[in-house]
Design a binder for this molecule. Structure first.
Ligand SMILES: Cc1cc2nc3c(=O)[nH]c(=O)nc-3n(C[C@H](O)[C@H](O)[C@H](O)COP(=O)(O)OP(=O)(O)OC[C@H]3O[C@@H](n4cnc5c(N)ncnc54)[C@H](O)[C@@H]3O)c2cc1C
Length: 386
């Protein structure tokens, strides 16, 4: 991008070089085995890219979401699956903004060095879904501990994480004046919890995202692990969500550019009826349209990141960036499939894997309908629809 600083261009270049060591065959093999990219995530962490958002005083680079977005975009553009590691970037923000001094000193330097992995956050539940404030997992204070009971679903990367930020209800919904109150966030030591009140069941799913079901049965969490104030956990989680949306939108831009690169290259080289298929407008125009869509989405990602980094409210821009980018990458994935004809279905072409992976982002971490209802209500002032 022409307006980009030298620093961001250098970040992009360095991330590209790192990703080039882990070619698409690496990702295909992991996908086949539903294995985790341990070496890749380690290198991305120790080289400082996964920790760019951690302030310098805690061992990170102290950069903004604009720089972090460039990292995630390049990871996805290389053909990698950023879903294996992206949460470390934004979950850390909950500890940074809401943790007390002790928690920040304990966790952030170790997250920055790679000694501790904070890759997991537990919000979604099987029976309540998007209706987060109705979640049923409870945390009851007993002496120096909270006792947690309940269930979560789709909690990603927990088997590859040392810590999880968990959202649970500490005051029943009927006893609070606003339904967003009475929820609390906790830092959970995953290794200590497994077998002592936490059971993890992997979910077999369409993409290699390492998502699991969690069962809590009287899990004890030390009261010192409460993140922020008791009853104010919704804010703790919500605060990280705009960063999450912007970063995932950047990943979608990376996916979109990956698909356009692939489709363009193939349309130039594939000869059918004695000419490159890209000479046919029926093949060329859909790729050109996707290019325009991805470029436009990229501008919205940049706008949202700049507002976020300036510390101003960016809910509308972060949501719009996420919606536009996820739709642009999905269209580009579809056009890339179509351009490759039958070969799109061959795993060795890698497109079908990326096609599956990029589809997720119209559903998680927030679905397109919920973004539209946010715009309708909060931007346009229309009546709340739910
Ligand atoms: C691979 C994967 C990884 C995930 N990782 C995590 C994770 O690490 N941590 C975590 O906490 N969660 C995670 N999730 C969960 C994810 O955030 C949810 O799936 C998502 O928020 C949607 O919730 P739901 O699946 O319960 O859908 P539901 O809430 O049941 O919604 C189903 C459909 O109905 C629509 N809908 C619902 N209500 C309305 C309404 N009022 N108006 C219009 N449309 C509506 C939705 O848009 C959606 O299309 C993950 C999910 C997946 C698939």
């Amino acid at each position: 991008m022409e307006s980009e600083s030298n620093e961001i261009q250098e970040i992009r270049q360095a991330v590209r070089q790192l990703c080039a060591k882990y070619g698409e065959d690496y990702w295909l093999e992991l996908d086949r085995k539903t294995a985790y990219p341990t070496e890749f995530v380690k290198e991305l962490t120790t080289s400082g890219f996964l920790t760019v958002l951690i302030p310098e005083e805690y061992g990170g680079a102290g950069l903004g979401v604009l720089e972090a977005a460039a990292v995630m975009e390049e990871v996805c553009r290389s053909g990698a699956h950023a879903g294996a590691c992206h949460a470390q970037m934004y979950v850390m923000g909950s500890v940074l903004r809401h943790g007390n001094d002790e928690q920040k000193k304990t966790y952030l330097p170790k997250i920055a060095s790679g000694e501790l992995r904070l890759q997991s956050f537990g919000v979604t539940e099987p029976t309540t879904g998007t209706d987060t404030t109705s979640l049923k997992t409870t945390a009851r204070k007993e002496g120096d501990n909270y006792v947690v009971n309940g269930q979560k679903v789709w909690i990603s990367r927990i088997e590859h994480s040392d810590l999880m930020v968990l959202l649970a209800r500490t005051t029943p919904k009927e006893n609070v004046s606003k339904k967003t109150e009475g929820l609390s966030a906790f830092i959970v030591d995953v290794q200590a919890a497994v077998g002592n009140g936490l059971e993890i069941h992997p979910i077999e799913s369409m993409i290699n995202h390492h998502s699991c079901e969690l069962f809590f049965d009287n899990l004890l969490i030390p009261a010192a692990n409460l993140l922020g104030e008791e009853g104010q956990g919704f804010k703790v989680i919500l605060d990280g969500m705009n960063a999450e949306r912007i970063l995932i939108a950047a990943e979608c831009v990376g996916d979109g550019r990956y698909f356009i690169d692939k489709a363009t290259a193939y349309a130039k080289e594939r000869i059918v009826f004695d000419r490159p298929i890209g000479q046919n407008q029926g093949v060329q125009f859909p790729i050109a349209r996707c290019y325009a869509e991805v470029e436009a989405a990229s501008l919205m990602v940049e706008k949202a990141a700049r507002i976020f980094d300036a510390g101003k409210p960016c809910g509308a821009e972060a949501n719009m960036a996420k919606m536009l980018a996820s739709e642009a990458s999905w269209h580009a994935g579809d056009v890339c499939m179509q351009t490759h004809g039958g070969f799109a279905f061959a795993k060795e072409y890698h497109i079908e894997r990326k096609f599956r992976e990029t589809r997720l982002y119209q559903i998680a971490p927030i679905s397109t309908n919920l973004i539209l209802s946010y715009i309708g209500e909060h931007v346009l002032g229309l009546p709340r629809s739910y």
